[in-house]
Design a protein around this ligand. Structure first.
Ligand code: GLU
Length: 547
C-alpha cells in the first residue's frame, strides 16, 4: 500500500534519492574541513543575532579550510519581503562576511543549488515520496480548525499538545479512504509517521553546549504543507544533507524541536550534521537580563550600526569577545593581529546567554580605531558620509588632507588617543574645525571674566606668530598669563590661590574656547598649525565680537 500511496500522492515525481545523491556528491574537502550555512528567512530585517551566527559559521568554515554558503529559507510566503536578499548580502558583506557559495545578488553560485528553498520543491517532493514509499509518512486531512480543537482538548486534559498517538487519527486511514478523500478534492498535508518514544532519553553532543539529554520525538509533524511546500523541519534536513553541510549553527530556539530533526535524519537514513545551538543575545535592563528585542532595542538591527558609522572591524571585534571569553586576553597579547588568527572554538562559547553591552562595544570601538591608520579612517568616514550624511560628505571631500593631519594629533607613541568611536561621533568630535556650521559650544572657564578674556585674546592676537614652535608658542601663553594677574606657576597657585585670578590652564582654556569653541580639544598648537594663521585670527576676532 505504501508504494501505491506514494504514487497517488506524488504522481509527477520521477526522480529518486539516488539521483540527487549523484547530483550532489560528497564534497572533495579535507576531512577536518567544515561546511556551514547561513539560512536566513527573507523578512526584510537583519539583526545582530544574524551577524553573530554568521560570524560563527564563517570562522568555523574558514578556520578549518571549509566552505560557508548562503541559503535563503523562503518557504513562508507571508513573511517574504522584497529586497531582503540584497539587504542580507550587503549588510553581511559590510561587516566582512562573504559567502563562498549560495545565493548572490540576483543569482547564485555553486554546484549544490538551487540555494533558495522556493526553487527546491522537486527535491523535497522526492524525499517526501521516499518516506511515503517506506510507510514513514502519510497524508493528513485535518484542517487548522480541527487541529485547534484537538489542542484545546489536550490542554484541558493536561497532556502534551500536537498530533501524535491516539490524537493522530489519520494515521490509520486505509488506502481507499485516502483515495476517495483525494478524489473529492480534500486538501492534505504530509505528516511523519513517528516511531519515537518520548520516554526514551538520549545523550546528545552539541558543539556549544556539550553533552545534553534529548527525548525522542513522537509527534507526527507536518513535512509538506497543503501547497506542497515543506516546513522548516523537513526542508533544512533535506537541504543540509544534499548541500553536504557538516555543521549547523542556529539559535537556541531550535533546541526544543531538535528531536524531530534527529528522527528525520534517522528515517531518511542520512548522517546528521553536528549541531551548534547559539545562546540568545541578552541585555541587562533595570538589573534584569532579557533577550534583545526587535521592538524595544534599536541596537539589535544592523542598520543601527551602519547609520551611525560604526567601523565593521569594531563590531566584529566586539562579537569575537562575545563569542569566546578568552578572546580579550588573546587580543591583549596580539594587538596587531587580525581576529582571523584567533583559534575560535565553539566549545568555548557561552550557552547561557551572550550579554550584549553597547558601552562595551563603544569602548572596543575606541581601541580598534586607535589601531587603524588615519588615512583609512578618513576613507571609511567618506564612504559612510556618502551614504548617510550629505553635509559631512561635502566637508570631508573639501578638507580631506587637513583632516588627516587633524586626526593624527596625539596618535603616535605608546599611548595613542582613544577618542574616536564611530563616524557620526568623529564628525561631531571634529566639527570645531570646519567654519561651515561652526559654533561656540562652551563658555569661558569660570575664573576668566569677559573683560579678562578680551585682554588675554588681544595680547594673544598681537603676539601670535604662525611660525612659532610649540615651545615658543607656550612661552608666549605663559607671558600673557603672568602679565594679567594669572600665574603660570602651578605650585605657587596651589599655595596661594587667593593671590591670583587663576592659573595657566584657565588662560589657555579661554584661548581654546575662542579658537575651537570648546574647553577641550586635542593639542591646540597642532590644531592652529593645521588651520593656518588667517583662520585662527578670524576665529579670535569673531569671538571678541560676541563677548
Ligand atoms: N530560517 C531559519 C531561521 O531564520 C534558519 C535556522 C537554521 O539555521 O537552521 O531561524
Amino acid at each position: 500500500m505504501s508504494r501505491e500511496l506514494a504514487e497517488l500522492l506524488f504522481p509527477n515525481v520521477d526522480k529518486t534519492l539516488d539521483y540527487y545523491e549523484n547530483l550532489f556528491p560528497e564534497r572533495n574537502l579535507d576531512k577536518k574541513a567544515k561546511v556551514t550555512r547561513l539560512g536566513p528567512s527573507p523578512t526584510g530585517f537583519i539583526h545582530l543575532g544574524n551577524l553573530y551566527g554568521a560570524l560563527v559559521d564563517e570562522r568555523m568554515a574558514h578556520l578549518s579550510g571549509g566552505i560557508m554558503l548562503l541559503r535563503i529559507e523562503d518557504t513562508d510566503d507571508k513573511r517574504k519581503v522584497e529586497g531582503s536578499e540584497e539587504l542580507i548580502i550587503n549588510s553581511l558583506k559590510f561587516f566582512g562576511i562573504e559567502f563562498d557559495e549560495g545565493v548572490t545578488i540576483g543569482g547564485e553560485r555553486g554546484l549544490y543549488g538551487p540555494y533558495r528553498q522556493s526553487d527546491r520543491k522537486e527535491i523535497y517532493q522526492t524525499a517526501a515520496k521516499f518516506l511515503t514509499q517506506k510507510g514513514l509518512a502519510y497524508p493528513s486531512f485535518v484542517s487548522e480548525e480541527e487541529m485547534a480543537e484537538i489542542r484545546e482538548q489536550q490542554e484541558k486534559e493536561g497532556v502534551n499538545t500536537g498530533y501524535y498517538g491516539k490524537w493522530a487519527t489519520d494515521r490509520d486511514l486505509s488506502f481507499n479512504e485516502i483515495k476517495s478523500k483525494i478524489n473529492n478534492g480534500e486538501s492534505w498535508t504530509l505528516r511523519l509517521r513517528s516511531n519515537g518514544d518520548p520516554e526514551v532519553a538520549m545523550k546528545f553532543i552539541d558543539g556549544i553546549r556539550g553533552e545534553i539529554t534529548v527525548r525522542q520525538n513522537n509527534l507526527d509533524v507536518v513535512l509538506l504543507k497543503q501547497n506542497g511546500i515543506p516546513t522548516y523541519h523537513f526542508a533544512h534536513v533535506v537541504d543540509d544533507h544534499f548541500m553536504r553541510i557538516t555543521d549547523v549553527v542556529r539559535g537556541e530556539e531550535w533546541l526544543s524541536t531538535l528531536p524531530i530533526h534527529l528522527e528525520l535524519f534517522y528515517v531518511m537514513g542520512w548522517r546528521r550534521p553536528n549541531y551548534n545551538h547559539t545562546a540568545h543575545l541578552m541585555k541587562v535592563e533595570n538589573g534584569n537580563k532579557r533577550k534583545l528585542s526587535k521592538r524595544k532595542d534599536p541596537e539589535l538591527s544592523l542598520e543601527y550600526y551602519m547609520k551611525d558609522g560604526y567601523f565593521p572591524q569594531a563590531v566584529t571585534e566586539y562579537l569575537m569577545t562575545l563569542m569566546n571569553s578568552n578572546y580579550e586576553e588573546w587580543r591583549m597579547k596580539n594587538q596587531d593581529k587580525s581576529y582571523m588568527e584567533f583559534a575560535f572554538k565553539t566549545k568555548n562559547m557561552s550557552s547561557s546567554g551572550a550579554l550584549f553591552d553597547l558601552n562595551k562595544l563603544n569602548d572596543i570601538s575606541k581601541d580598534v580605531l586607535a589601531r587603524i591608520s588615519v588615512d583609512k579612517i578618513v576613507d571609511i568616514l567618506i564612504s559612510w558620509a556618502e551614504k548617510f550624511d550629505d553635509k559631512s560628505y561635502k566637508l570631508l571631500i573639501k578638507y580631506r588632507e587637513e583632516l588627516i593631519k587633524l586626526l593624527s594629533i596625539g596618535r603616535g607613541g605608546k599611548k595613542p588617543r582613544k577618542d574616536l568611536m564611530n563616524c557620526r561621533q568623529i564628525m561631531e568630535f571634529i566639527s570645531y574645525y570646519f567654519d561651515e556650521g561652526f559654533e561656540y559650544v562652551d563658555s569661558l572657564p569660570e575664573r576668566v571674566s569677559k573683560e579678562d578674556a578680551k585682554v588675554i585674546l588681544n595680547s594673544y592676537l598681537k603676539t601670535y606668530n604662525q611660525n612659532d614652535t610649540n615651545e615658543e608658542w607656550f612661552e608666549k601663553v605663559k607671558t600673557i598669563t603672568d602679565n594679567n594677574g594669572f600665574t603660570s606657576n602651578n605650585k605657587e597657585f596651589k599655595k596661594n590661590p587667593e593671590q591670583f585670578k587663576g592659573n595657566i590652564t584657565d588662560v589657555s582654556t579661554a584661548i581654546r574656547v575662542a579658537v575651537v569653541g570648546r574647553q577641550q580639544s586635542p593639542d591646540l598648537w597642532n590644531i592652529q598649525q593645521i588651520m593656518g594663521e588667517t583662520r585662527v585670527k578670524n576665529r579670535i576676532n569673531k569671538y571678541l565680537e560676541i563677548i
